[in-house]
Write a protein that binds this ligand. Structure first.
Ligand code: NAP
Length: 290
């Protein structure tokens, strides 16, 4: 199977590229080599590389900045995704596209199922939702995989931020009323591979799915765990205490959902996957920083 990854320099894209193997041959293109907002470049790359599956990990992911740059967010997250879908449909290429918990407003008390009504609170979520809709209109052969709270190797996510702050400060405060499940980029990549291997066999599982790990927790509880593991593994000298604060005490440009929990039962059923804990991946990641 030949797989082409767009957004190959990102947290998830770079992990999909690392899965390259004889039975899962991956070519990864970063923004320089494939800008998904350029239809001619998209067509050229798809013709030249002729993948069985395109994995779209490219996205405008700056949640707060998107409030000031809606045209850039929509160009990459919505318009370009529709164009990718059309280009793939014309060539009978399947597409696996990543989306987000931010398509929901977080008002539900339980985990979100795929058919719950989306209601994004900000530009980023709205642009990703528009991308989902454009993709479904463009092609039947698409899997949309909604993920949440991604962490990975690139050193710019929540885990690295917390470790950095814990090194520099004695007093930390983190939001305790936004709940979700951290998603290791490595585990998302492995899920993408499992999906690709199934759909490429001709199994008709093109649909929208939620990816999730266990246990769900608040950002504050996640931060405490990061710092605890960091200190245990010698990446931090001490584990400073972390104060729980509410979202209202941490104003940000974009409004974020309070409940980001996604129900992954449908994904597990469709692809025979087990629910995984994010904890071993966090330990592995922090160990890699030593
Ligand atoms: N990170 C999260 O917590 C999170 C949560 C839920 C869902 N998701 C979704 O998961 C997917 C992967 O996210 P991630 O965390 O891997 O994001 P990431 O690390 O920000 O990677 C996104 C990549 O896309 C590239 N990109 C941006 N615009 C592009 C364009 N026009 N053409 C080609 N490449 C472009 C970026 O390049 P530059 O660096 O040059 O901009 C970056 O390398 C995205 O669909 C995102 O919406 C992420």
């Amino acid at each position: 199977m030949k797989v082409l990854v767009a957004g190959a320099a990102g947290q998830v894209g770079s992990e999909v590229v690392r899965l390259d193997a004889p039975d899962f041959s991956v070519a990864g293109l970063d923004r320089q080599d494939l800008d998904i907002t350029k239809p001619d470049q998209v067509a050229h790359r798809l013709d030249a590389l002729a993948p069985d599956i395109l994995v779209n990990c490219a996205a405008y992911t700056a949640v707060d900045r998107a409030e000031d740059e809606p045209q850039l967010a929509y160009a990459a997250n919505a318009d370009a995704v529709g164009v990718l879908g059309e280009a793939c449909a014309a060539r009978r290429i399947g597409i696996i596209h990543l989306s987000t918990d931010y398509v929901f407003d977080g008002a539900k008390s339980a985990s979100y199922a795929e058919d719950d009504a989306p209601n994004p609170l900000g530009v980023y979520g709205a642009s990703k939702l528009a991308g989902e809709q454009a993709l479904r209109t463009a092609t039947d052969r698409c899997v949309i995989l909604r993920v949440s709270w991604v962490f990975g190797r690139l050193g710019r996510g929540f885990v690295d931020t917390m470790l950095g702050l814990a090194r520099d400060r004695r007093d930390l405060a983190v939001v305790d009323d936004q709940v979700g499940a951290p998603s290791p980029a490595t585990a998302i990549a492995a899920t993408v591979r499992a999906i690709a291997k199934t759909v490429v066999r001709g199994d008709d599982r093109w649909d929208t799915y939620h990816y999730s790990t266990t246990p769900a927790l608040s950002w504050c509880a996640f931060a405490r765990e990061i710092v605890r593991v960091g200190a245990q593994m010698g990446v931090l000298n001490t584990a400073p205490p972390i104060r729980a604060i509410s979202t209202s005490e941490w104003p940000s440009k974009a409004v974020r959902p309070l409940n980001s929990r996604l129900d992954a039962a449908k994904l597990r059923r469709a692809f025979g996957l087990d629910t995984q804990s994010w904890q071993p991946s966090l330990r592995e990641y922090i160990r890699s920083l030593r």
